[in-house]
Design a protein around this ligand. Sequence first.
Ligand SMILES: [Zn+2]
Length: 215
Amino acid sequence: MDKFLRRKDSSSRTGDEEPSTSVTKNLKKVVKRKYDEDYIKYGFSWCGDETAPRPQCIICGDQLSNESMVPSKLKRHLYSGHPSCANKGKQYFKRCLEQNKKQKKFIKSAVTVSEKALEASYHVAKLIARQKKPHTVGETLIKPACREIVRLMLGPNEVKEVNKVSLSADTVKRRIHDMPSDILGTLIKKLLSAEKFALQIALREIAFSSRTTLH
Ligand SMILES: [Zn+2]
């Protein structure tokens, strides 16, 4: 309620003054609250900008505004949102936080590696298609060559990353097959939101892309 009142108050004030002066006054007025290590007992960590951190609930992940970085508001979230955890204490929340961090790291690395590997696989498949090489060249030449280059230039550990890129004949074939349909899908989406005259250009583009990508 007080948040609501304060907002209303400041907006009515900015309306009365010239924009340039009100901006300076508002900047001066904004109090950036800092995170206190002690807030972990309310089940809160922080996220975002270090100069104006936002409280983040360790249990549900909710992010509150910087102005909610006060014990009363953090406590309110804990007691109303997670009453069963209200009396767990610092150690419990510290453990939860550690677990969250580990999980986040794990998920992040799993996602980025597989996404990169997938992207690399598509890029190589495109090269194979453009050069009109057999689909098997991915596993018989390109991948072994990449492994050698990476092993010598970066080291044996990095070779493991190269191994994640699937370049088997079947995969390459599938990727090449996927490409025109993907282009077609994108074009259909564009067409639905475009003007009629775009149709001719799009059809020409489809014909062109299937000529260059297929062999
Ligand atoms: Zn929460």
